[in-house]
Design a protein around this ligand. Structure first.
Ligand SMILES: C[S@@+](CC[C@H](N)C(=O)[O-])C[C@H]1O[C@@H](n2cnc3c(N)ncnc32)[C@H](O)[C@@H]1O
Length: 336
């Protein structure tokens, strides 16, 4: 394992001030780059990967009302910026590759009105790179704290915002995908049905005709729906249990604390990354996150035996992300 010193200038609040991209660290399965994605896309690191990335999984910076420390763009500028990345990112994909983008809801400043900017950005991104929308998936987190607080908790005139949109896009209309890789455990009633080998066949009020034997074969689990909820561990396939929240993030948070590095405030759920990596790639495929943050995507990809590449603009977040990998756990040096 090689750890390279990073020479990129940082202004102390995580902003990269030089148009410079450097390898921060490597693991057995991947590489983390420190720099802005717009620079990385022009660098040798990424031009060598054109047509070779099987899956991009990412949650882009949010279109913020006010600028955050890592310098998110706002409004029209955000739209233009995200759209400018569409073609170069799509060019990295294999012909059967996919892009999975998680975008939360956004609200207009000071009023109880939703911003349509995330949707506009998604549509522009799709159109600019001529991508297909394979499926819209909702990632529901019923345990999320009520927000936006002013309208939900205080005035009580809006409902709790409790899901993010996940947009699955691809170059081909038939990208690599296999829903048998992400089966849910059968419900007790389904297990019973398979055991007793009997149920009421015939026509349902909806018009669907249920065949006599169609539901009696044990396929190893139930086909997943396009609403994901990861709060019920009993409903998770065994292969995904290693990514459940507290357990999965504990090492990362401890590493950040021990090295006095701020933990990333907007980490992707490891289960979400794991779900799409299993669904849309095979072992040894290459998974890329252009806004890697704490490198949830890379660490999950490595655990699942995929290769990975991450790009992140903030040096703090790059440094903290080392805590996701075993080889850095006992490393007390601050270098990246
Ligand atoms: C929503 S966060 C991603 C979190 C990540 N999925 C995780 O699990 O930690 C978006 C990330 O994009 C990074 N970012 C913002 N502008 C960037 C740019 N131009 N190039 C690369 N990364 C950028 C931010 O620093 C932030 O960490």
């Amino acid at each position: 394992m090689t750890v390279h010193k990073n020479t990129t200038a940082d202004d102390g609040v995580g902003n990269v001030s030089a148009a410079h991209v450097a390898e921060a660290y490597q693991t057995a399965g991947g590489r983390m780059l420190h720099g802005k994605i717009e620079d990385a896309l022009r660098s040798d690191h990424l031009s060598a990967l054109k047509g070779k990335v099987n899956l991009i999984v990412t949650s882009p910076p949010f279109p913020l009302v006010r600028k955050k420390s890592y310098g998110n763009e706002t409004g029209e500028a955000y739209l233009k910026w995200l759209t400018s990345l569409a073609v170069p990112l799509a060019d990295l994909l294999t012909d059967d590759g996919s892009i999975v983008i998680e975008i939360g809801n956004a609200w207009e400043p000071g009023v109880p009105v939703m911003s349509t900017l995330p949707l506009e950005a998604l549509l522009e991104f799709k159109k600019t790179a001529s991508l297909n929308l394979c499926q819209h998936v909702i990632c529901h987190n019923p345990a999320r704290l009520p927000s936006p607080a002013a309208w939900v908790n205080v005035k009580r005139i809006r409902l709790k915002d409790s899901f993010t949109h996940v947009w699955w896009l691809s170059k081909s209309k038939f990208p690599k995908a296999d829903n048998r890789e992400v089966l849910n455990p059968y419900s007790d009633s389904m297990k019973n049905l398979i055991r007793t080998q009997s149920y009421n066949s015939g026509r349902r009020p909806s018009g669907h005709k249920i065949s006599e034997k169609g539901f009696l074969t044990d396929h190893g689990g139930a086909i997943g729906a396009n609403v994901l909820e990861f709060d019920n561990e009993r409903a998770l396939p065994e292969s995904m249990l290693k990514f459940t929240g507290t357990k999965w993030d504990a090492k990362y948070r401890n590493y950040c604390r021990d090295h006095s590095i701020p933990a990333h405030p907007a980490r992707m759920q490891a289960l979400l990354a794991g779900f799409f990596i299993k669904f849309l790639t095979r072992p040894d495929d290459l998974v890329f996150d252009p806004f890697a943050g704490s490198n949830t995507t890379g660490a999950v990809a490595e655990t699942l035996g995929r290769k990975w590449l991450g790009v992140e603009a903030s040096l703090d977040y790059v440094q903290g992300s080392r805590g996701r990998f075993e080889e850095f756990q006992s490393d007390s040096s601050e270098s990246v």
